[in-house]
Write a protein that binds this ligand. Structure first.
Ligand code: NAD
Length: 483
């Protein structure tokens, strides 16, 4: 089997991943990293194929989800890849230039520089929720940095995995890009390979396995994980506007977005207004749900049951549940469309307040003072994203200073992720390392420090035998005070 030739789960996960990895290793040993021209050519081919294959990509994701809005696919998968690849093409030459660094007076006239070198063969493991974009953006970043890449798409979006495999087969030899397919067994075998870097996007739980496996070879990891991303709405911000932006962020991909607003901290006396405005925003965007191609389904039965289970548990706990089903349609479980649902002030013990929700369910947590909202966020694991709605600059600064999250959108949800020049990543349990922007290039590069000694230099002054001369020099270097 060649590296990118099959989407069939193989008899032995280890055999499949080793064969694909070996092809890339051979490519590296024979030709090393990709040149600037090869990188630009590869990026151009990715760009071209993404545009040419847009229909196939949208069909595959639609089939995988049993209903994925084609517009969401165009915006959040195809456009994101196109925009990022174009951005990289524009800046790559500059990023690849060695950066000159300061030389201390003591070592002048030597020169210092940092070289950006490809790492070698890197692994990319992708999740199912944006199955094209979250495979292609890391892959394009790794190629931009000159690496050879082995990709493992998610088995949950199997049709998209076929498209990714076929596309990579068409574009690259198995010595430049390989694809292996399969579930957790293949993922586990994959993460045990001696990669030069391993880039994982997925859940925090699996992220722990990845890091453990990578530790065996001391393979550096980038972990793009999940978590519960809070939204805080300040009482001075127009609640209708905030509710509308939260509704847009929550309903995109039916809430199956790593940076979807997970829960809202809402001023206590504005909860009713928030609920009304959220409902109106949903009704305006989605007058119907069941057959509405704009409203995406939950990806599979297991995830449907998990998210629906949060609502059932809340009902059992007598939490006020507000289901927004604009046309009051029947939503049979087999269609996997879940109505956007608000849970008002659910107790902390419920699973919906512990797990990352990853579906169209939104707890609304009332607060009294901004300090309380900040304390609430800080008492929980550091999230991937934080959203704050307020027009007062000082308070915005304060919230930015007093909380920690991977990224932030102020007076908006989600849009920080599509800013090509901003790094994207989590912090603590929501992830480590970043990509997008120049940071994506650096993540997949080795920053190699090089000191160039000058022909005429002063190093002799520092060599033994030590005596009064070096003591005088050390007095100066250390700034010793004469007693
Ligand atoms: P997941 O962790 O279940 O799976 C991710 C990938 O890991 C899949 O390809 C899967 O086959 C593989 N895998 C599963 N078990 C493995 C193992 N033991 N060893 C190695 N690989 C294994 O995640 P998911 O359900 O596909 O995606 C949803 C999660 O991903 C959510 O938590 C979400 O927040 C997170 N996510 C994060 C980002 C981000 O950029 N930070 C983006 C999208 C999704």
């Amino acid at each position: 089997m060649t590296a990118a030739s099959s989407v069939e789960p193989a008899a032995s996960a280890d055999a499949v991943v080793h064969e694909a990895f070996a092809a890339l290793k051979t490519g590296w040993e024979e030709a090393g990293g990709l040149t600037y021209a090869q990188r630009m050519d590869a990026l151009e081919r990715i760009l071209d194929a993404t545009r040419r294959w847009e229909g196939r990509i949208a069909d595959a994701i639609d089939a995988d989800f049993g209903g994925r809005s084609r517009h969401e696919t165009a915006m959040a998968e195809v456009f994101v890849v196109v925009s990022y690849v174009k951005y990289v093409q524009k800046h790559l030459k500059r990023w690849m230039k060695p950066s000159r660094r300061h030389v201390d007076m003591l070592f002048k006239p030597a020169a210092n520089e940092v070289l950006y070198q490809p790492l070698g063969v890197v692994g990319v493991i992708a999740p199912w929720n944006y199955p094209f974009q979250l495979a292609m953006v890391p892959l394009a970043s790794a190629i931009a940095a000159g690496n050879r890449v082995l990709l493992k798409p998610s088995e949950i979006t199997a049709q998209t995995a076929v498209v990714l495999t076929d596309m990579m087969n068409e574009l690259f030899s198995s010595r430049v890009v390989g694809v292996v397919n399969g579930g957790p067994d293949v993922g586990a075998a994959f993460s045990r390979l001696p990669f030069d870097h391993l880039f994982f996007t997925g859940s925090t739980g699996v992220g722990r396995h990845i890091m453990r496996a990578a530790a065996e070879h001391l393979t550096p990891v980038t972990l793009e994980l999940g978590g519960k991303s809070p939204t805080i709405v300040h009482r001075d911000y127009p609640i209708e506007k905030a509710a509308e932006r939260v509704a847009v962020g929550k309903c995109l991909n039916a809430g199956q977005t790593c940076i979807a607003p997970d829960y809202v901290l809402c001023p206590r006396d504005q909860v009713d207004a928030f609920v009304t405005a959220f409902g109106e925003a949903v009704r305006k965007a989605y007058p119907t749900l069941a057959d509405n191609p704009d409203y995406t389904a939950v990806v599979n039965d297991a995830h449907y049951r998990r998210v629906a289970g949060y609502v059932d548990e809340a009902r059992d706990a007598e939490v006020q549940v507000v289901e927004i089903n604009p046309a009051a349609e029947a939503l049979p479980p087999e269609r996997k469309k879940l109505a956007p649902t608000l849970l008002l002030d659910p107790p902390d013990a419920l699973r919906v307040m512990q797990d990352e929700i990853f579906g169209p369910v939104l707890p609304v947590v009332p607060y009294d003072h901004l300090d309380d909202a900040i304390r609430y966020v800080n008492a929980r694991p550091r999230p991937l994203a934080l959203y704050y709605f307020d027009r007062d600059r000082d308070r915005v600064k304060r919230v930015l200073r007093d909380t920690i999250s991977g990224g932030v959108s102020v007076n908006e949800t989600m849009l920080h992720i599509v800013q090509d020049d901003l790094p994207f990543g989590g912090v603590g349990p929501s992830g480590m390392g970043t990509y997008h922007g120049r940071e994506g290039f650096e993540t997949f590069s080795h920053r190699r420090a090089v000191f160039h000694q000058a022909r005429l230099n002063t190093i002799g002054l520092l060599l033994p035998p030590y005596g009064a001369r070096i003591d005088r020099l050390l007095d100066f270097m250390i700034g010793r005070k004469k007693s």
